[in-house]
Design a protein around this ligand. Structure first.
Ligand code: IMP
Length: 432
């Protein structure tokens, strides 16, 4: 049984949670490798909706061990709340969860700074989720962060909290904020420590052991390729490696151990927050995608920006993630359009480009091809053959232009509302 990476091929919110949940049925370990509570995976189980921000989506399967890799930034209070909510629903996550000692802790000044910067009159407004994710990664790379493992050593913790706060003081004050009291921050962490410390563990060692036993390991990406710190629309990105490579560094698993990478894309495109979005719609069609697709942020409730499918962006995702195949989600939402424009290339200041320009998407204009729409309700379809002809043609068009097969198709939010085109992803077989 191989290790597989599930990664967002767009700007996040592609529906990774549902797919990870589906694929985790045969997994031993499910690992989050990056990001923090900026993510929100909405799962629909029976009639219940559950939003997970930190705990991997595969947790709903009782035999899986969920792990939080050291590429993550964790708000410990939020994590415990999430675990309590799961426990209340009869999902015993607390006893199974393993947290990497090296994951970083989101502290109050991270959240404060995130909000102050977003509200400041000057500087680039990114439209962050204001969960302190960016400032926490700044402290990590600045080598003054607090790691979850520091909770084991109160003296070291005290020193590190003081150091991080001292560094942030001038910045917070210049933005008109009040620096959190170090003693209070430390006290809060020490109160949480007795529940957190027993969950600490060696994530790379657990992954290696699982792979040796032949268990399936799923590495669950957060956000999406176009929000990746290196490969996204910088500076309008998140602060972590949301692409497949992030799984290696953020979970501690070498590239030779990863067997396959599955990219998740919606049948159209959405984006939350600021930044370029070539196929964005500002008309009734965009509103319709938002309404029918329930496109509101699961963390912040913000209306998502909506637009048509962007194939150059997907080809970029194929390249930088080494995608083996795609899963297309929310195909049911496209019902009822006479024709569906799909962006096949961009008009750039230097002429037509079939690829996403390496520097910025700002200033490009999409070149569309219109595909025939459909009026049928496809949410009951469970096989490719049962899909209306134009739906199949839409899928085939995407396959041809991305040079990727669409191996799974989601036609509704529930687990069962899925067309499994190639079931090796579900059965967990090794590639080729
Ligand atoms: P941050 O990650 O909160 O710093 O936000 C940076 C950018 O990434 C903003 O545009 C956010 O809206 C976006 N973002 C962060 N996490 C997610 C996510 O899980 N889904 C979609 N957008 C996200």
């Amino acid at each position: 049984m191989p290790a597989i990476v599930i990664v967002g091929a767009q700007w996040g919110d592609e529906g990774k949670g549902k797919i990870v949940d589906l694929l985790a049925e045969h997994a031993g370990l499910v690992v989050r490798y990056g990001g923090g509570p900026n993510a929100g995976h909405t799962l629909v189980i029976g009639d219940e909706r559950l939003v997970l921000r930190l705990v991997p989506s595969g947790v709903l399967h009782p035999h899986t061990t969920p792990l939080l890799g050291h590429g993550m930034v964790i708000n410990l209070g939020s994590l415990l709340e999430e675990l309590d909510a799961l426990d209340k629903r009869g999902i015993d996550a607390t006893r199974r969860l393993i947290i990497a000692e090296q994951a970083h802790v989101i502290l109050p000044h991270h959240i404060l700074l995130d909000g102050l910067r977003e509200s400041a009159a000057t500087g680039t407004k990114l439209g962050t989720t204001r969960r302190g994710v960016g400032p926490c990664y700044e402290d990590k790379t600045g080598r003054r962060g607090v790691r979850v493992g520091d909770l084991r050593h109160p003296e070291q913790l005290r020193m590190r909290v003081r150091e991080a706060l001292a560094n942030a003081t001038a910045m917070i004050e210049s933005l008109g904020g009040t620096v959190p009291d170090a003693a209070a921050v430390l006290e809060e962490l020490l109160v949480l420590a007795p529940r957190i410390v027993p969950m600490l563990g060696d994530v790379p060692a657990r992954i290696e052991a699982a792979l040796r036993k032949g268990e399936r390991v799923m590495l669950e990406g957060a956000q999406g390729t176009m929000l990746d710190i290196d490969h996204g629309t910088y500076p309008y990105v998140t602060s972590s490696s949301a692409t497949a490579g992030g799984a290696c560094t953020g979970a501690g698993v070498g590239p030779t151990r990863i067997d396959r990478v599955l990219g998740i894309t919606k049948a159209y495109t959405t984006r939350v927050g600021e930044g370029p979005f070539p196929t964005e719609l500002h008309d009734a069609d965009g509103e319709r995608l938002r309404t029918i697709g329930h496109e509101y942020g699961s963390v912040t409730g913000r209306p998502r920006r909506t637009g048509w499918l962007d194939l150059p962006a997907l080809r970029h995702a194929r390249r930088v993630n080494g995608l083996d195949a795609l899963t297309m989600t929310k195909l049911d939402v496209l019902r009822g359009f006479d024709t569906i424009p799909v962006c096949v290339a961009y008009e750039t200041p230097d002429g037509r480009s079939d690829d996403a320009p390496p520097t910025s998407l700002a200033g490009v204009t999409p070149i569309y091809e219109r595909r025939p729409g459909w009026s049928e309700d496809i949410s009951g379809c469970r096989t490719l053959a049962s899909l209306p002809r134009n739906v199949r043609a839409y899928l085939e068009f995407v396959e041809e232009r991305t040079e990727l097969s669409v191996d799974l198709v989601s036609v509704g939010p529930r687990r069962e509302e899925t067309i499994v085109v190639r079931d090796s992803w579900i059965r967990g077989e090794r590639a080729g």
